[in-house]
Design a protein around this ligand. Structure first.
Ligand SMILES: [Zn+2]
Length: 73
């Protein structure tokens, strides 16, 4: 005797065999917690950043550049 227990929502379903329990799990996940997917996210480019973040990035780069110039010059 087997049981499928969903730790996410607490559902418990009796199953005759381990294979049956696995099938119940697949069906349960799909029905109640799905659908889910894994997708590849494209790399973020500088131009895609929000405006404030662009300004902050440029500011940091300028500070680093000035610090470098002051140190070496
Ligand atoms: Zn569940």
């Amino acid at each position: 005797m087997y049981e499928y227990r969903c730790r996410l929502c607490g559902t418990v379903e009796p199953a005759g065999t381990r294979a049956e329990a696995r099938a119940l799990r697949a069906a349960h996940r799909e029905e109640f917690h799905g659908p889910d997917e894994i997708v590849e996210v494209p790399r973020m480019r500088f131009v895609d950043l929000p405006r404030e973040q662009k300004i902050a990035t440029v500011a940091v780069a300028l500070v680093l550049l000035v610090a470098f110039l002051v140190k070496t010059g």
